[in-house]
Structure formats: structure tokens, C-alpha cells
Design a protein around this ligand. Structure first.
Ligand code: GDP
Ligand code: ZN
Length: 461
């Protein structure tokens, strides 16, 4: 696959003012551009050259460093020229305009968003997962997210995917070789330890999936929805978790009508905590005015999208019929923490009580008692574990592919268990596993498989 070779240029640093700013150009062959920009200078590849950046009329725009990377030894795999000038928006615009003008005859144009990285992918400098990690690293909002994005960018994630694919290919190779010799099928699974190989792959995949799921949590955060009746202390709890006043806390029931979200970080995991309008009178919806009813409807919409629901109740009042009705409407698939607030009034101790129906936590939002217990439980219920192992800042797309691969391996295992041992189906499921995994790195390698088979087996067998 070859990338579009028309030269592209863009300001590579963030808009605004800074010490330095960079204009970057990438193209198959940038020598004519360099000659036009710096007629009397030879830029040595990978060396920084300090020089004046001249406008077409010879006047000096700025002084700075020119860096030249000769293809294929560059970020994009093409010739790359970087001009590092002073980081002012107008200076950089002028430098960019100068590059476009000097490169007009060569067809230098403005780069599309992500086009440098896209070229890096098309020129095999990065695979798909790594290219995605570039964007994730730039967007990372916590240190933990930075570390795991770097991990993916370095290729560590791609490497484990390749290793899995290799194992699947090995097994497929065995199975497909046997398919041509039906009389050998019977004890093939025994002889080759195919089941053993399969379960080792399943185990390895599960580990990757765990690490990727944890990483995905760092990337996207968790949606934690505060739900409960008016006045139980939802907004107070949001404030207590966030540590400052962002929601309006008032003693009048039904004040929080618009959605309030605050992103907090616990051990580097971003949690989007969503405050909602209090739910009441599920028994008698006619008794509520239109505005409040809309608020309550929105609450249920948020609750349906939650990763974790915090169901707040007033400990000084105890459980009510209304709370029961609210609980009944929660989806059984979404974890719920039952939070008993206002223990300063009820006299309970701050505590976590794991009961069959749910985890119960006793705390006081107003007095900041027991908030740490809740923070710890939130991470736990979200499935966050500090494994000490490297995490991959995976995307939903990667998780989906890993889950799909896992399902196909399960199917393969199922076929292996059947008495008639449908080896062709077994092989087919392995092929689908391989395709799913390859979609992560963007490598589609049905030809690879043939290559492996032909290189390992002599035709005459
Ligand atoms: P919301 O309607 O569920 O969002 O409840 P708010 O957070 O607005 O709180 C309603 C009232 O309960 C306010 O007067 C708060 O000061 C009070 N409140 C909230 N948490 C506590 C608590 O832990 N102890 C006590 N004593 N009062 C609280
Ligand atoms: Zn509120």
C-alpha cells in the first residue's frame, strides 16, 4: 500500500503562543522545496540547522531551526521538513504560507487532520493500533492514561496481538494440514494437543482482554450516575466527590433539573459523575408538574446509560416504598451501590456492607464522612485493579475485536468437543479469530497463512 505522495504542510504545534512553534512538511521528495526555502544552505538529514527563515522578498520572517528527515527515516516514512520558529500564531502562519508558496510548483498543500499519522500508517511506520495511540496520547487526561497510551504507541499492544495471531496461525496450520487427510482426523486432536494449544490461546487472549479493558477505562472513564429521591443529598455527594462546589445545593426539593457532570479522577481513572433530578412520586406521576416530569425522564435516560448507579437514600429516614420502586426500575446489568447518606443524623457508622442485593455504603456527604469508602468501592465495582502490569489504552473498537476473537475461540473449543469433531468448522473459527485480531492492527493476512503453510510443509507429503 502506498500513500498519497503529494506534499502536505501544517502547523504542528497547538494554537496559541509558546516558546517555539513547528511547521511540518511531508512529501515523497522535498529537496526542491528545501532549495527554494534555503537557496544557499545544505540541510544534513537529522541535523538541526540554525538559520533565518526568509520570505519570498528576502525579508526575514523568523530565525530558527530547520530539521530534515530523509525518507524513509521519518515519522511519515516520507521526506519530512520541520521548521522550528517562535511560537506565535502569526509567525507560524507566515512560515506556513511561505512553505505553501515556495512549494507551489511541487503541489505542496495544507494537510488534512491526522494526515501525517495516516501517512505513517500507510507507509508501515505505525500499525492501526499505534496510529490510534498517537491520538490517545495527545488526548490523555491523566498520567496513567499517558503511560498506557505510550505503551500502545511503542507497539507493545500490537506485539501481544501479533503473538496471539501467530499462535492461532500455528494451530490453523496443523488443522488445515489434517483436513486433507480425513483418515487422520480421528485422533488428530489427541496427537497434536490441539485442545491444549487452544486453551492456552484462550488464556492468553483473556489476559490481553483484561489489560485492554482496564486501559479502555483510563481512556473513556466511567459514567457514574447519582439517582434517588429529591433532597437525599445527590448534589452534596457530587460536591463531596469533586471536592468543590459545582452543583447548586439547596434545601428545596427538585432543584437539580439540568444534567450536571463533573469528571473526577480516582487513582488515575476518570469518573464522569452525573447528578440528576430527584425521582419522586413514581406512584402518582400526575401529581408532578411538566418541568419536573421532564427532569425525571432525563434521570431515567442517564440511569440507563450508566456504568455504575449510585442510588442515594436518606439513612435518617430509612428505606421508603419510593426507593423500592426506583430499585425495581434499575437494569439488572448495571452495578448499583446503595448509598445511605446523612449518617450524621441517623447515628450510623461509616461502613461498607456487602449484602446479596447490592453493596451498601453508609456516609455523610455534608460532613465528608465515609467518602473514601465510596471512592474505593467505585473503583472496585468498575472492575479496576492495579495489576502492576502494563495496560493498553485500548479503544472500544479493540475491545470489540478482542471479544469477537474470544467468541470464535469458544466456538472452536465447542467444535473440538463434539464427537464427530468437525475439523473444518474448527479451522473456520480459527480463521475468524485471526481476522478479528488482525483488524486491531490493520493487518489482513490471509496470504500470510498460505506463506506459513507453504514454507513449513513440503507439497509431497
Ligand atoms: P439532592 O436533592 O438529592 O441533590 O440533595 P442536596 O444535595 O441538594 O441536599 C439536600 C439537603 O440535604 C441540603 O440541605 C443538604 O445540606 C442536606 N444534606 C446533604 N447531605 C447531608 C448529610 O450528609 N447530612 C446532613 N445532615 N444533611 C445533608
Ligand atoms: Zn440536587
Amino acid at each position: 500500500m502506498n500513500s498519497d505522495s503529494s506534499p502536505i504542510a501544517a502547523i504542528a504545534t497547538a494554537p496559541g503562543r509558546g516558546g517555539i512553534g513547528v511547521v511540518r512538511v511531508s512529501g515523497a521528495e522535498l529537496t526542491p522545496l528545501i532549495t527554494a526555502l534555503f537557496p544557499n544552505v545544505t540541510l544534513q538529514a537529522r541535523h538541526a540547522t540554525y538559520l533565518p527563515f526568509l520570505d519570498a522578498d528576502g525579508s526575514v520572517i523568523d530565525q530558527g531551526l530547520a530539521l530534515y528527515f530523509k525518507a524513509p527515516h521519518s515519522y511519515t516514512g516520507q521526506d519530512v521538513l520541520e521548521l522550528q520558529g517562535h511560537g506565535g500564531p502569526v509567525v507560524l502562519q507566515m512560515l506556513l504560507a511561505r512553505c505553501l508558496e515556495a512549494g507551489k510548483e511541487m503541489g505542496v498543500r495544507l494537510a488534512q487532520p491526522g494526515e501525517f499519522t495516516q501517512r505513517a500508517f500507510l507507509n508501515d511506520k505505525l500499525d492501526l493500533a499505534q496510529a490510534e495511540a498517537v491520538a490517545d496520547l495527545i488526548e490523555a487526561s491523566t498520567e496513567a492514561a499517558v503511560k498506557s497510551a505510550s505503551q500502545s504507541l511503542s507497539g507493545a499492544f500490537s506485539k501481544v496481538i501479533h503473538e496471539l495471531v501467530d499462535q492461532v496461525v500455528q494451530l490453523r496450520m496443523l488443522v488445515e494440514a489434517t483436513l486433507d487427510f480425513p483418515e487422520e482426523e480421528i485422533d488428530f486432536l489427541e496427537k497434536s494437543d490441539a485442545r491444549g494449544q487452544l486453551s492456552r490461546i484462550q488464556l492468553a487472549l483473556k489476559k490481553v482482554l483484561d489489560q485492554a479493558s482496564q486501559g479502555a477505562m483510563l481512556r473513556d472513564g466511567l459514567n457514574v450516575v447519582l439517582a434517588g429521591q429529591p433532597n437525599v443529598g445527590k448534589s452534596s455527594l457530587l460536591n463531596a466527590l469533586a471536592g468543590d462546589d459545582i452543583a447548586i445545593v439547596t434545601p428545596i426539593a427538585g432543584t437539580t433539573r439540568d444534567k450536571v457532570v463533573e469528571t473526577i479522577h480516582i487513582e488515575g481513572v476518570p469518573l464522569n459523575v452525573i447528578d440528576t433530578a430527584g425521582i419522586r412520586d413514581s406512584l402518582n406521576e400526575d401529581a408532578i408538574d411538566v418541568v419536573e416530569r421532564i427532569g425525571i425522564q432525563r434521570t431515567w435516560t442517564e440511569v440507563a446509560k450508566a456504568d455504575v448507579i449510585l442510588h442515594l437514600m436518606d439513612a435518617s429516614r430509612g428505606p421508603t416504598r419510593e426507593d423500592e420502586l426506583i430499585t425495581e426500575r434499575f437494569s439488572p446489568d448495571i452495578p448499583v451501590i446503595r448509598v445511605w447518606n446523612k449518617i450524621d443524623l441517623s447515628g450510623h457508622q461509616a461502613a461498607v456492607d456487602v449484602l446479596p442485593d447490592a453493596i451498601h455504603i453508609y456516609l455523610s456527604a455534608h460532613e465528608h464522612i465515609g467518602i473514601d469508602l465510596l471512592r474505593a468501592q467505585l473503583l472496585k465495582i468498575a472492575g479496576w485493579e492495579q495489576t502492576g502490569e502494563s495496560l493498553y489504552l485500548a479503544r472500544e473498537r479493540h475491545l470489540h475485536a478482542l471479544h469477537l476473537a474470544s467468541d470464535h475461540l469458544d466456538n472452536a473449543a465447542y467444535h473440538a468437543e463434539q464427537t464427530d469433531q468437525a475439523l473444518d468448522l474448527f479451522a473456520e473459527e480459527l480463521r475468524l479469530t485471526q481476522d478479528s485480531l488482525n483488524s486491531i492492527t490493520g493487518a489482513f493476512s490471509s496470504d500470510d497463512l498460505l506463506g506459513v503453510i507453504f514454507s513449513r510443509f513440503c507439497i509431497g507429503k
